[in-house]
Design a protein around this ligand. Structure first.
Ligand code: COD
Length: 305
């Protein structure tokens, strides 16, 4: 499959995929319902709404969407709704989980629950994909919202989860970097040493399915001009598909900079569980929530057919 180069292309592709079902945790939120019902109306997805049916009906009126015929699973409160949403995935009645008006940590804890959750074998992490007006292809950024201060092994897992997303987007051999403040290993900057160690792991075949260079500063990751000026020899510099950030602050600042200062459009998903889970922020637009849903649907098809 040809690589998907923008979120617009992603939405086109979603219409051609077999329809998946999304379980929406506390669907009584206007932007979430708007996104979900747009996807349903355009035959991209089916939905089960979880929450207080009275509140969901009110939100539907406010959003101006019709939810007649859509299944509602009654739940009261964040923890109950999160648990019931996760249960729908475990029962095979839904293949995508989506966060509505529920706190991120309650939602994530339900996914992670040892007894009743949907953990996969490895680490769960947040992966975002952006269409940026100044960049010619999708830019994947990780981890902006789940792992707070990952250690080195967790960063390797975070990279692996992002590689799965890139493959789902049709990028056969994604180019990835670990962004730091410098492009040479420097013992006073631990991230640069980690990036160099990761590069060795890729060279040794311990991490596969990716072309990796690091450390790279952000300018070198995305700018051929910078690569030329700094005379850096790298097949990755200037054209990365995946940016791994050192911690949640760096990831979140990059994520929000792209969205709020760079006119980017973003989609995001939690990877590493048995099924993809949408974790959007309350500030995200209905359009951004729709893109996240569509990304999750593409990943669900990639993972489970
Ligand atoms: N992947 C797999 N298992 C995990 C992960 C993970 N990313 N994180 C925790 N676990 C497991 C642990 O191994 C343990 O078994 C259990 O879950 C509980 O672990 P704790 O006690 O470290 O985790 P919690 O429950 O206190 O917190 C986990 C959260 C994901 C809720 C926490 O890391 C968090 O709050 N992250 C930030 C979420 C957020 O607020 N994002 C939005 C704003 S950016």
């Amino acid at each position: 499959m040809e690589p998907i180069r923008s979120l617009e292309e992603l939405k086109q592709r979603a219409r051609e995929l077999p329809s998946k079902t999304v379980a929406v945790v506390r669907a009584d939120e206007v932007e979430t319902l708007t996104a979900v019902m747009t996807a349903v109306d355009q035959d991209m997805l089916e939905a089960v709404l979880v929450g207080d049916s009275g509140e969901i009906a009110k939100a539907a009126i406010e959003a101006g969407v019709k939810i007649k015929g859509i299944e509602i699973v009654e739940a009261s409160g964040d923890a109950d709704a999160s648990a019931k949403g996760v249960e729908l995935i475990r029962q095979g009645r839904a293949q995508i989980l989506m966060k509505g008006l529920v706190s991120s940590s309650t939602y994530l804890k339900a996914i992670l629950d040892k007894e009743s959750g949907i953990r996969g074998g490895g680490l769960l992490s947040h992966v975002a994909a952006f269409t940026v007006p100044t960049y010619p292809k999708l830019l994947i950024v990780t981890d902006a919202a789940m792992n707070i201060a990952p250690d080195f092994d967790q960063k390797v897992e975070i990279l692996r989860n992002a590689i799965v997303v890139a493959k789902a987007l049709g990028i056969e051999m994604p180019k990835a970097t670990y962004v730091c403040a410098k492009e040479v290993p420097y013992d006073k900057m631990p991230c640069t040493l980690e990036a160099a160690r990761m590069k060795k792991m890729v060279e040794n075949g311990e991490i596969t399915g990716v072309e990796f260079d690091g450390p790279l500063a952000l300018d070198l990751a995305v700018s051929f001009e910078s690569k030329k000026i700094k005379k850096v020899e790298s097949s990755v510099a200037g054209q990365v598909d995946i940016i791994l950030t050192p911690d949640i602050e760096a990831g979140n600042i990059l994520y929000k900079t792209l969205l709020f200062l760079s006119n980017a459009e973003g989609a995001a998903v939690i990877m590493g569980a048995t099924h993809p889970a949408v974790l959007t922020s309350r500030a995200d637009s209905a359009e951004s929530k729709l893109c996240s849903l569509v990304l999750a649907s593409l990943i669900a098809s990639h993972l489970h057919g």
